[in-house]
Write a protein that binds this ligand. Structure first.
Ligand code: ADP
Length: 385
């Protein structure tokens, strides 16, 4: 609570300040991602103004937004400029925006955002990146699930040290396993069936993914990260066609960019009208342990080039680091084993950028749904005359 009258500055304790004046001032604060003012975005809740005492809740669009501190500071600054306030009390919360239709008919109505993680080819670190990004989002306070959809080669249980993990079925629904605060589903938890996956054909594989998506008790999730198998096969197609998703995150390496395989994956999702959230470059550079310089040993700027070519956001670069690899091998990912390391910071930065892009896509979706509703409810134009 800030007592604005403390120094009895002239005019500050004038009780004539009104709600309109407060809202007008607050609406000068613009969310840098959404490019809209915080009042029209509905981010100011439970506003009370009594006799110069102002109180409200600032509801941010995700706890992982990179601009949260900036927005909060701007709000405090503009409120400080309002003459006539005696006290100001602000509660700051975050409610993740829905980046997909939660219509009951479409299924998975308790999952606000579904992010498919794709790559052109295997071995680029897609599973490693999916897992550490899920952990980074979860560490901001968001509720996060991780679906290992690489049915032919599930690696997430090993990376989480859950080699002997399993999932239970209750009321005909799969109950996700839990690890480091994540809800986790993987075909790797079905040990016997997982051995046979290599001989499963497309329809069976698609059926398994559909079950993992819609027959799992996901409870309330802000973000579900879906680690897809590499390439453009049945599983990425099934994900794109089964349920509405927020979008696809593409993971590349500098070498991958040169061989053009990432481009194919992007092309497929664009054809299916699935939004591309952006691109993250893994094994982007090596940070010299003695001098802290970045060495771009596989070439520089490849993923940025792709982002420019397809006009999709570049969301971060993850270093090549033995700690990232050993964390996965030992079942203790780097976001857990060494959360202050430069690699963990890189994952955190990318995760925040991804959350910001999800908010942007959510705002766009809300606008589209609102304009569809308006078109449906608008009276038909008169043809007489
Ligand atoms: P994919 O899912 O694309 O097949 P994985 O996530 O399984 O790839 O990673 C392949 C290998 O590369 C694993 O041994 C993993 O530990 C390692 N790896 C992934 N990213 C990095 C990185 N940034 N630095 C060092 N090793 C990495």
């Amino acid at each position: 609570m800030i007592d604005l009258c403390l120094n009895n500055v002239k005019g500050l304790c004038d009780p004539m300040v009104g709600i309109d004046q407060v809202l007008e001032k607050l609406s000068t604060v613009i969310d840098p991602d959404l490019k809209k003012d915080i009042v029209s975005m509905g981010m100011i809740k439970d506003l009370e103004l009594n006799d110069g005492n102002l109180k409200f809740t600032l509801e941010l669009t995700t706890p992982a937004c990179p601009f949260n501190v900036e927005i909060e500071d701007d709000v405090r600054k503009v409120v400080g400029e309002i003459e006539g306030l005696k006290n100001f009390d602000m509660n700051v919360t975050a409610k993740v925006m829905e980046g997909r239709s939660l219509d009951a008919d479409t299924g998975m109505a308790t999952v606000k955002n579904i992010i498919g993680v794709a790559s052109g080819k295997g071995g680029v670190g897609k599973s490693t990146v999916s897992l550490n990004l899920a952990l980074a989002l979860s560490q901001t306070g968001a509720k996060v699930g991780l679906l290992d959809a690489d049915i032919y080669g599930p690696s997430i249980p090993l990376m989480l040290g859950m080699k002997d993990g399993f999932m239970q079925v209750e009321d005909n629904k799969l109950q996700p396993a839990e690890s480091y605060g994540l809800k986790v589903v993987s075909f790797g938890f079905f040990a016997e069936q997982a051995h046979q996956a290599a001989i499963y054909r497309g329809p069976i594989i698609s059926g398994i993914l559909k079950q993992f998506l819609v027959d799992t008790n996901w409870v309330d999730l802000d973000y579900l990260i879906v680690d897809l198998p590499p390439g453009t096969g049945d599983i990425p197609l099934t994900l794109a066609q089964t349920i509405p998703i927020t979008g696809i995150l593409v993971v590349t390496t500098p070498q991958d960019v040169a061989s053009n395989v990432a481009v194919k994956a992007i092309g497929m999702f664009e054809k299916l009208n699935v939004p591309i959230i952006g691109v993250v470059e893994n094994m982007s550079h090596f940070i010299c342990p003695n001098c802290t310089d970045k060495h771009y040993i596989f070439g520089k700027g490849g993923a940025k080039k792709i982002s420019e070519q397809f006009n999709i956001p570049f969301l971060g670069e993850i270093p090549l680091n033995s700690g990232i690899m050993s964390g996965s091998d030992l079942g203790k990912p780097i976001m857990i084993s060494n959360p202050d390391s430069p690699s963990a910071v890189a994952f955190r930065t990318s995760a925040k950028n991804i959350a910001a892009q999800c908010s942007i896509l959510a705002a766009k979706l809300q606008q589209e749904m609102a304009s569809e509703e308006n078109t449906e409810s608008a009276p038909e134009a008169s043809t007489s005359g």
